[in-house]
Structure formats: C-alpha cells, structure tokens
Design a protein around this ligand. Structure first.
Ligand code: MG
Ligand code: MG
Length: 259
C-alpha cells in the first residue's frame, strides 16, 4: 500500500477529471438505437484529445476503451455491435492514463424510460458510494467503507457482488488495498492520509452470485436480474475525503433526468 505525495495526487486528479468528462461525453450519446462500440469510439477520441490514452485498452488484453455492461451484466462488458434499447440500463466504466498515472470512474445510466424499480437500484447504489466516501478519512478502516455499502444496499433487499472489489490507484490501475463492498465495520487496514482509492459498489437486484461469459470478460448476474455500478476516486484526508473524480459533468448532461 503506497501513499501519494501532493504532486502525485494532482496528477491523479487530472486523470480523474478526464475520465469524469469522458463519461459526460458518452452520456450525451446514450439513447435507444446507439451501439456500444459507438460509445467506445466517442470515449477514445475524447480521451486522446485530452492528451491521455485509454487506460483499459490492452489491459490484460481488454479490447475496448470502455467497459460497457447492460442490464444483468455487472462489469467488464466488451463494446460491440449491441444496440441499446429503451428500458435498458448501461454501466459505463472508463479508464485513462496520462503522465504516468491512471483515472478510473464508472456510472450506470438509464436508457430512455426505465422502470421505477430499476431506477431505485441505480439511485441506492450511487447513494451507497457517497456514504462510503464519507468514511474515507484517515484513521478509519477499509471495513468501515465495506460495511456501510453492504448495510445500506442490503437494507433495500439488494445484494453485494463478492468477486469484484474497489482498489487503490496510482501508477498502476489496480493497486493495494482491495476495497470490498461487503465486510465488517472496524476490520481491515487503517487508511493513512494520501491513500488514493477507487470505491466502486457493484450491486445486484437479485442474488449476489455472478458468472463469467465465455468471452473471458463479461460478468453477469447468475439470476439475470439487473446490476448497478458506480465508481469514484478519492484521496484519503484527515477530516474529509478529497474526491478526485466527479459525476458533476454527467449530471449537467442528464439534467432533470439525472437519477
Ligand atoms: Mg472502473
Ligand atoms: Mg476500478
């Protein structure tokens, strides 16, 4: 587990802002009829125009700039010819790399008219992330973050994916420590000032069990019920986390339809 200097945190912030703005650019184009590969191309072009490079493309052989995961797909969906339809939800996970550091952020969008039940899943998952960020302060433990996410979403009858977790971020996309979305308050390592982490609840409407497709990437729920995913990067501080990435740009695009 490494802590970052003030200068390193600024480089991480620069990357975090690029992925935040890229997600907003993608958000402008999310509508019924658009293909997931089109969204991927929009993201790649935007990232390169910012002087960065896609952070996921080529990572362990992943082919896309974005992970695009619809409905019962949890994460790591590969962009392709699939066309978004009215009533879908789509998780867009975006990574970039600039000046030796990474950015990594995700948001789950409704496509057209989505049922109230599914919109609630999105809303509660996003809220669990914000509750977790409140606990990303020095002296707290990783388990404090994990337990607040788990308790909050389980209170609505949702379940927490176990196989995938948040992570540290820096010169590597995935650094120590793991940030599980389930666990016990007061457990795990104490967070020091300058620790930079991606918190990313992956929350299922039905069972917690997931399966992986034969493509070696796409993770989907075992019961094919919908799943939501939101991710932000924070630097741990004494009183209050410094949130490096932001949903502000996305929410400006979504306006009143924002969840
Ligand atoms: Mg991500
Ligand atoms: Mg991540």
């Amino acid at each position: 587990m490494t802590v970052k200097s003030a200068d390193e945190i600024e480089l991480l912030r620069e990357n975090a802002i690029i992925v935040s703005k890229t997600l907003a650019e993608v958000a402008k184009n999310i509508k019924p009829g658009v293909s997931t590969i089109t969204l991927d191309q929009i993201a790649e072009e935007f990232i390169r125009a910012e002087g960065a490079i896609p952070g996921f493309k080529g990572y362990r052989g992943f082919p896309g700039t974005l992970c695009v995961s619809t409905n019962e797909e949890v994460v790591h969906g590969i962009p392709g010819n699939r066309v978004l339809r009215n009533g879908d939800i789509v998780s867009i996970d975006c990574g970039c790399q600039k000046d030796g550091f990474y950015g990594d952020s995700a948001y789950t969008f409704p496509v057209g008219e989505v049922s109230a039940e599914v919109l609630n899943l999105l809303k509660r998952t996003k809220e669990s992330l914000l509750l977790a960020i409140d606990l990303a302060v020095a002296g707290r433990r990783i388990g404090d973050i994990s337990s607040v996410v788990q308790e909050y979403v389980e209170g609505f009858g949702y379940s927490v994916v176990r196989e995938l977790v948040g992570h540290g971020i820096g010169r590597q996309l995935h650094e120590k420590p793991d940030i599980p979305n389930y666990g016990k308050r007061g457990s795990g390592v104490k967070m020091p000032v300058g620790l930079t982490i991606c918190i990313e609840p992956m929350i299922n409407m039905g069972v917690k069990t997931v399966v992986q497709d034969a493509d070696g990437w796409t993770i989907r729920t075992a019961d094919r019920m919908p799943s939501a995913h939101f991710e932000l990067t924070v630097a741990v501080r004494k009183e209050k986390a410094d949130v490096l990435s932001t949903f502000r740009y996305i929410e400006e695009v979504l306006g009143s339809s924002s969840i």
